[in-house]
Write a protein that binds this ligand. Structure first.
Ligand code: SF4
Length: 282
């Protein structure tokens, strides 16, 4: 029997399969279904340069100006496709459902000056299709600009949305190595606190084997120690590893995907210190 190959699956998050500039559907493991992504960084520029980033030709910087009318048209088009046509049935594995509208994309979305405007457009669009408070808005962020986006956090919270907040390491040297940014862990955790006090917030952590070495006990102890004081205000931690090959040219560093067993082993180590729920995504 021939196995059907679906256009969209979790191993391929190519934003360019369909002819859209800003809005793109993907099947997401962590969202648990079809995620309609809104990419505000069409120039592939981010203020971080994570060694595992899947963005092709990633450059350091901020987004280019956004064509708001085009973004609005694309959003309407895709939501209409998803709920009023056989798009999901024709392009995704069986039993896939519409999971969220995700502000993610090829860089840090909150770096866009138009971020609030875009968020309001998404909310209006979900209202028009009677999906408001049924389909959540998720913001996938490295948290860098979050202290300037409190109004946006309130809007996301009002509509039962969620923040996915990236923390891959908890000491300055490891953050520098993995996210390639100079960042004080206290500043990072303060950004997490700002999010989690307003919105449902999930920590997103990508663990890797770097130069054939698993995260060390010291690394994991630092991680637990940083998060511990805030675990009561965070919904959960999602642990995962490379899902798709990194598209970065990491000189002098090799990175490899952790196996499901290795991730589960790390989960057990963390659970000795943390009581927060931890989900592992293979
Ligand atoms: S924060 Fe996200 S988009 Fe930016 S470099 Fe890291 S993985 Fe890539």
């Amino acid at each position: 029997m021939n196995k059907k190959t679906y256009t969209l699956h979790t191993e391929d998050h190519d934003r360019n399969i369909f002819d859209s500039k800003y809005v793109y559907p993907v099947v997401s493991r962590r969202a648990g279904g079809l995620s309609l992504g809104v990419n505000l960084n069409t120039n592939n520029a981010c203020n971080w340069q994570c060694i595992y980033c899947e963005i092709p030709n990633l450059t350091r910087g901020g987004p280019e100006p956004i064509d708001i009318d085009l973004l609005k048209d694309e959003l309407n088009f895709w939501i209409d496709q998803i709920i009023n046509s056989s798009f999901i049935q024709d392009n995704t594995p069986p039993d896939t459902t519409f999971a969220d509208v995700a502000l993610s994309g090829n860089g840090e979305p909150t770096a866009a000056p138009e971020f609030l405007n875009v968020l309001e457009i998404i909310i209006d669009c979900l209202k028009e299709f009677s999906l408001i408070d049924k389909i959540p808005v998720r913001l996938i962020t490295n948290g860098s600009f979050i202290s300037k986006k409190k109004e946006c956090l309130n809007i996301i919270n009002q509509h039962h949305g969620e923040i996915w907040f990236k923390i891959d390491a908890a000491d300055e040297d490891s953050i520098k190595r993995i996210n390639q940014v100079n960042l004080d862990p206290n500043s990072m955790i303060n950004h997490l606190k700002i999010c989690a006090e307003v919105c449902q917030t999930v920590i997103q952590t990508c663990f890797l084997k770097i130069n054939q070495q698993l995260p060390t006990n010291d690394f994991l102890e630092n991680y637990s120690r940083l998060i511990k004081p805030y675990e009561h205000i965070v919904k959960k931690i999602d642990l995962y590893s490379l899902a798709r090959p990194s598209l970065q040219n990491n000189q002098d560093i090799t990175i490899e995907r952790l196996s499901f067993d290795e991730l589960n082993n790390i989960k057990s180590i963390l659970e000795k210190e943390l009581t927060i729920k931890i989900d592992v995504f293979p």
